[in-house]
Design a protein around this ligand. Structure first.
Ligand SMILES: [Zn+2]
Ligand SMILES: [Zn+2]
Length: 285
């Protein structure tokens, strides 16, 4: 049974690779010919992606667009604004009340409240809807490794728009559990982060973080279940400690929804002595 599964995975991935080879110049979204420019997504489809924070104010903490229902002021562009969305300003007390937090913990020494997010902030390149959400789903559940370069370029442009992510010492992906990495054939965050690090010339460490244990897939869980699900799921490997201590770290992922995965990563890094953790994602809802 397992053998058949693995063979089918290999066949599926080879088929996707072959298609990529035969039709390298078609848009990953609409399948139209993109000509000789080597674009992964055609100009028309790209123009439909809602790039953040060009026109909408975002939360200075989680980076999500601030909804009108939050009742906050909108006239200030995000770069001068310390506006925090309603979610970031109220989740505090309820966020970690069910989660075990060890007494001896570097965050406590640093005076960081446990119920506050461990990351300094999250920034997203674009809004998770329409064409971009379709592309990300394709990228995740079918083999579409060539999309990684497209997402990396979205991140690179976003990195230029968010000066608050000040020159990180190390860039690292959200790790995938080794078994899931094997069945999928790749870690989508690693592919994107690797491309981004190459473009930005930043120092890249694929295995800075590792999964301490496998967690059920987040997609089917509620927000509260997600937080419990990933709390303590990540750890810094002993060989990576020197790359973490006192360093500014940038974590890369494809999508942020509740932020619980990024927070769990940041928590592990802060516990290992990181100076600051920022996160950059392709899309946020
Ligand atoms: Zn297209
Ligand atoms: Zn927020």
């Amino acid at each position: 049974m397992g053998g058949i599964f693995i063979v089918s995975q290999i066949l599926r991935q080879s088929a996707a690779f072959a298609l990529d080879f035969v039709f390298p110049m078609t848009c990953a979204s609409c399948s139209e010919w993109t000509g000789d420019e080597g674009l992964r997504v055609c100009r028309e489809c790209s123009s439909k992606i809602k790039i953040l924070a060009e026109s909408v104010p975002i939360c200075s903490k989680c980076g999500k667009p601030i909804a009108l229902s939050d009742g906050l002021e909108y006239n200030s562009p995000h770069k001068n604004s310390s506006a925090v969305c309603l979610r970031c300003s109220v989740t505090g007390d309820i966020l970690y009340d069910n989660v075990f937090v060890p007494e001896e913990n570097s965050l406590r020494e640093k005076g960081v409240r446990y119920n506050a997010s461990a990351y300094c902030g999250v920034r997203a390149a674009a809004v998770y809807d329409g064409i971009l959400s379709e592309l990300i789903i394709k990228f995740k559940y079918q083999n579409a490794e060539r999309l990684a370069a497209f997402f990396a370029s979205l991140l690179f442009e976003a990195y230029g728009r968010y000066p608050e992510i000040s020159s990180p010492d190390v860039v690292a992906p959200v790790p995938l559990h080794p078994f899931r990495r094997f069945t999928r054939g790749y870690n989508q965050s690693d592919l994107i982060a690797r491309g981004f690090a190459r473009m930005s010339g930043l120092n890249y460490r694929e295995s800075l973080l590792r999964r301490a244990y496998s967690t059920p897939q987040q997609a089917k869980l509620s927000a509260a279940e997600r937080r419990k699900n990933v709390a303590g799921a990540f750890a810094v490997g002993r060989r990576s400690l020197d790359s973490v201590k006192g360093k500014k770290i940038l974590i890369i992922d494809d999508v942020m929804t509740t932020g619980s995965t990024l927070d769990a990563c940041a928590r592990a890094l802060m516990d290992a002595g990181a100076a600051e953790v920022f996160c950059l994602v392709v899309a946020t809802d």
